[in-house]
Design a protein around this ligand. Structure first.
Ligand SMILES: [Zn+2]
Length: 268
């Protein structure tokens, strides 16, 4: 099967349209989604394309469930992210913060020129989060677009599926992420090599890897295998449940973003 078959690509992929169709389409409510991923080491068992792959698959599934009258348009992903925390590990291809910021700003400017009003930055790589939140505000200020930000992995759909340790520390290539890739593209996972590596952080009361009080790290500070989490217990069944729950939330949330009007936020 060709990559671009199915509802998401037929009904919601912006680049499949002609320039003229885009000129003529209504844009007041239309939401344009820019997926942003990464190409970076994901341990000995997962492909370096994991984050971008998960983003595209999740969106493709969610768009199969949005109501037909919603005007939602997906762009090709920014496949590469800010991955310098994995620099030096083979396969990691990282953009600098300035480059990624510039790419996202340029795409936003181009959308504004095309007449669009709403942009969603749909991110699937932890290392992009801070930069994309900064970029979202910059886009709002510089272009006037209404900009949304969303990371599907932060929707907290897996609390009853994962162990407490994994929920706290499983931030890269662990049970959550490995299960999701097993559900999406099992042929690209080598479970024989799946590691279990939890950083020695349980003795701290306040300090966490990505919580409210944190320290800056590069992957070699917190993991020898390149994985932070327990990938050995990952299953495709868990991944399917995670994806179903994520997709159910996204299908409704995307409609809400379409109807959101920023001018109505100030109470009068
Ligand atoms: Zn990842």
């Amino acid at each position: 099967m060709h990559q671009y078959e199915g509802t998401a690509w037929e009904e919601h992929f912006l680049p499949r349209l002609t320039s003229r169709k885009i000129a003529e389409m209504p844009k007041e409510r239309a939401l344009v989604i820019l997926p942003v991923g990464a190409v970076e080491q994901h341990g000995p068992h997962l492909p370096i394309y994991t984050d971008t792959l998960v983003g595209e698959a999740t969106l493709a599934q969610a768009l199969g469930h949005v109501s037909l009258e919603t005007e939602i348009w997906v762009l090709p992903p920014v496949c590469y992210g800010k991955s310098n925390e994995h620099a030096g590990l083979p396969g990691t291809i990282s953009l600098s913060a300035a480059t990624l910021h510039g790419i996202v700003m340029d795409i936003a400017e181009s959308l504004r020129t095309s007449g669009f009003k709403k942009l969603l930055l749909f991110n699937t790589h932890g290392g992009n989060v801070d930069l994309l939140n900064t970029a979202a505000r910059e886009i709002r200020i510089r272009t006037g677009l209404t900009v949304f930000y969303l990371s599907p992995s932060s929707l907290n759909v897996a609390a009853d599926l994962l162990e407490a340790e994994e929920l706290k520390f499983g931030i890269h290539g662990g049970d959550y992420e490995t299960s999701v890739v097993l559900a999406i593209k099992p042929e690209w996972v080598d479970m024989k090599l799946a590691p279990n590596e939890i950083p020695a952080m349980s003795g701290y009361e306040f300090l966490t890897l990505e919580g409210k009080i944190r320290f800056a790290w590069k992957i070699s500070d917190i993991s020898a295998s390149g994985v932070v989490g327990n990938a050995t217990v990952a299953t495709a069944d868990k991944g399917r449940i995670i994806q179903e729950r994520t997709v159910a939330i996204l299908a409704k949330a995307l409609s809400e973003l379409c109807s959101f009007e920023i001018d109505n936020v100030i109470s009068r």
